[in-house]
Design a protein around this ligand. Structure first.
Ligand SMILES: Nc1ncnc2c1ncn2[C@@H]1O[C@H](COP(=O)(O)OP(=O)(O)OP(=O)(O)O)[C@@H](O)[C@H]1O
Ligand SMILES: Cc1cn([C@H]2C[C@H](O)[C@@H](COP(=O)(O)O)O2)c(=O)[nH]c1=O
Length: 199
């Protein structure tokens, strides 16, 4: 089973992902951007305020392709639980927002990004969405990179809502405004339920 954690910067994904490691030592814990050289290229692009938005999309997507073939598919083929801190929905939400505010003339950015993935990607079985308003998310994340702006994160949040509306059965929304221990306990319960009833 592939479970992904999604949400805005600062929503607490990594905090939850680390906590789940103690409860599920049998699982593969992974993340995007990855720690491969493809991931290094992504981080280099993220640190460039003038990076071309389409080039950046394809860097993230190249990292995803390598993540799939090198980590995700082999683990799933062995029947191992995989928990990924960010996955394809991050591209659908973030790069669609980046393209929408750029000069690139793509009429339906989210559909475009989803279409690129449809040909080769492997959708998550379940996605835990840590729901937090853009302003609190930017505050928690420290507003250190080009994505951690309230207006941009508000657009990303709207995109996540569109993704949830399109596939409500895949997403589990968790209130990320709660205290860390409450968020962790809720996510642990969600994962236990998913494993008990994989359908
Ligand atoms: N429920 C919470 N309430 C308050 N602060 C939190 C909560 N969860 C995490 N934090 C704090 O918010 C900051 C961001 O948390 P974390 O790194 O887990 O978020 P993230 O979603 O992985 O962010 P990013 O996507 O930017 O890596 C950290 O300082 C963390 O301690
Ligand atoms: C996978 C992925 C990530 N992003 C953005 C979201 C964050 O601002 C950064 C890095 O993620 P982290 O969890 O803070 O390490 O990258 C993105 O725009 N598109 C993606 O596909």
């Amino acid at each position: 089973m592939l479970i992904t954690l999604e949400g805005l910067d600062g929503s607490g994904k990594t905090t939850v992902w680390e906590a789940l490691k103690d409860v599920h030592p049998e699982a593969v814990f992974t993340r995007e951007p990855t720690d491969s050289w493809y991931g290094d290229a992504v981080y280099r692009s993220m640190s460039d305020a003038g990076a071309d938005p389409l080039a950046e999309l394809f860097l993230y997507t190249a990292d995803h392709a390598d993540h799939l073939s090198g980590t995700i598919r082999p683990a799933l083929d062995e029947g191992t639980l995989v928990v990924s801190d960010r996955y394809s929905d991050s591209r659908f939400a973030y790069q669609a927002a980046t393209l929408a505010e750029s000069d690139v003339e793509i009429a339906r950015p989210m559909e475009y990004v989803r279409g690129i993935h449809a040909a080769f990607s492997r959708p998550p079985d379940a996605t835990i969405y840590l729901d937090l308003d853009a302003s609190t998310a930017a505050e928690r994340a420290g507003r250190t990179d080009k994505f951690e702006r309230d207006g941009y994160l508000a657009a990303v949040r709207e995109n996540y809502e569109r993704l949830i509306d399109a596939e409500p059965e895949r997403f589990v929304r968790v209130d990320a405004t709660r205290a860390p221990e409450d968020v962790i306990a809720r996510v642990e319960d969600v994962v236990a339920d998913l494993l008990a009833d994989p359908e």
